[in-house]
Design a protein around this ligand. Structure first.
Ligand code: NAD
Length: 476
């Protein structure tokens, strides 16, 4: 059922063939499900040469040609989502409906990029002399390298690939070693949709060696990374030293502001539903809950009831609503947060412990009355944990919400227009969602500020990171 893993270089699937291999595990039971081949330096050179060769012609492809490939991919995704989603659940753990959903929604991303690439416009600038023509061209930047993570192994990689390919760039994609089948499925989709060889290449293996080698290569012009802030800082520094453009989609620690005047039961239901999606391993997961004094107890109680009622187990079992964490190290990380919270006098309202069995299961957890300087309130937990604290005024909560170096997603629930306005203007974040969860759509920009990174994926901004601006002044 789980596919044989390969590299994909210059239109060819390359199996193990003597390369070093690494076990891929199912996080629901930690059993081996596959063998991941590690790319050698010779493989990376092959991928670089293929991407460079392909760029020579792909850069002059018409927007219509690129749109055709992207639309064909959208169609194939709709056919294959059940199978690809099942493999995603096997290697990553999320419930099957979430796995299939993650894949299926990428048909929309493909279509958005197919449509939007037809609107990559230049412009004419009125000249000072009538015999001069001044033109601004937007051109594809060149060979790109994309590093994608394990939490949304299909969609995060996919969004990078469609932006690069739609802009007329070629790309070498390196996914997480924990979730390689999802990334390889992307290669197969584009291959079957008729993408020319070399436009997309997929390599796997040692992250440090691969990123170092590719970012230093003079062939590479742009880097896109989604993952933790420390790794992003390292890669951005290397990109800077080699004068490569980069897009960094890094960690978050999303604040949620729940005001006295909000519809509290609805807020608790919407937020608890979203919090435990993908076991909280989501960079935009609502995490620091600032709840106004008057509704604090009621909100915490209802939210915790919802958390407690979640069925946790193997994602392939249809009735389960939350799966395992992606790796054993994430379970240990959760225990560290709980231990610190306990020592700091916080209340463990529900959960707070690992669950029995061979998989990486951790109970949906709600912590309350945490000090603002506790580990949980200052470091990204990236797991199934919510922390609740009280606030009195909007001014006060904005300053507390903005006190961390992160600035990715943020949320607020209020029925007051004044509060909504003050909060959306006052939060230091790349995205603010008020009274619902409304982020990460194909047509809306996704990205952060501060240590959460820079650059947008999606929306009409999606190609900005993949295009250069060329000014042409011509005397006739
Ligand atoms: P980590 O810092 O070890 O790795 C994060 C990601 O970076 C992984 O996908 C990994 O494969 C990749 N990576 C690591 N070293 C790399 C290198 N030298 N070159 C290229 N890629 C490299 O953290 P982890 O334990 O895997 O994940 C936990 C943390 O990662 C969380 O705290 C969260 O902040 C972050 N994370 C964020 C996102 C996101 O969507 N922004 C996704 C996954 C993980």
């Amino acid at each position: 059922m789980y596919p044989q893993l390969s590299l994909y270089i210059d239109g060819q699937m390359l199996r193990g063939e003597g390369r070093r291999e690494q076990d891929v595990l199912n996080p629901a039971n930690n059993q081996v499900i596959g063998q991941l081949p590690h790319a050698t330096q010779a493989d990376l050179d092959m991928a670089l040469a293929a991407a460079q060769r392909a760029f020579a012609s792909w850069r002059s492809s018409t927007a219509m040609q690129r749109a055709q490939v992207l639309k064909a991919v959208a169609g194939l995704i709709r056919e294959r989502a059940p199978q690809i989603g099942r493999n995603l659940t096997l290697e990553q753990g999320k419930p099957l409906a979430e796995g299939v959903g993650e894949v299926a929604v990428c048909a929309e991303h493909a279509e958005w990029h197919a449509e939007e690439c037809r609107r990559i416009y230049g412009r004419l600038i009125p000249p000072r002399d009538a015999s001069v023509q001044q033109t601004v061209l937007r051109e594809p930047i060149g060979v790109c390298v994309a590093f994608s993570p394990w939490n949304f192994p299909f969609s995060q990689a996919f969004r990078k690939v469609v932006a690069a390919i739609g802009a007329g760039c070629t790309v070498i994609l390196k996914g997480s070693s924990d979730t390689p089948a999802s990334v390889l499925a992307i290669a197969q989709l584009f291959h079957d949709a008729g993408l020319p060889p070399g436009v997309l290449n997929v390599v796997s293996g040692d992250s440090g060696m691969i990123s170092d080698y590719l970012i230093r290569s003079p062939i590479v012009r742009k880097i896109s990374f989604t993952g933790s802030t420390p790794v992003g800082q390292q890669l951005a520094a290397l990109a800077g030293a080699n004068m490569k453009r980069s897009t960094m989609e890094l960690g978050g620690h999303a604040p949620v502001i729940v005001c006295d005047d909000a519809d509290i039961d609805r807020a608790a239901d919407v937020l608890s539903g979203f919090k435990f999606r993908n076991a909280g391993q989501v960079c935009i997961s609502p995490t620091r809950f600032y709840v106004q004094d008057g509704v604090y107890d009621r909100f915490v109680e209802r939210f915790a009831q919802r958390a407690q009622a979640l069925a946790v187990g193997d994602g392939l079992v249809e009735t389960n609503r939350m799966g395992p964490l992606a790796q054993p190290r994430r379970v240990a990380a959760m225990e560290g947060f709980v231990e610190d919270a306990r020592q700091r006098g916080a209340k463990i309202v529900t959960g707070g412990h690992r669950l029995q069995g061979d998989g990486n299961f951790f109970a949906p957890t709600v912590l309350a009355d945490l000090p603002d300087d506790s580990r949980f309130m200052t470091e990204e937990p990236f797991g199934p944990m919510a922390g609740m604290v009280r606030f009195k005024t909007v001014e006060e909560v904005l300053s507390r919400a903005n006190s961390l170096p992160f600035g990715l997603a943020s949320y607020a629930f209020t029925t007051s227009l004044k509060n909504a306005h003050q909060i959306s203007r006052g939060l230091e974040a790349g995205m603010v969602s008020i009274n619902h969860i409304g982020l990460a759509l194909a047509e809306t920009p996704f990205g952060g500020i501060k240590e959460s990174g820079y650059g947008s994926e999606g929306g009409s901004e999606t190609f900005d990171g993949y295009l250069t601006t060329k000014f042409v002044s011509q005397l006739n």
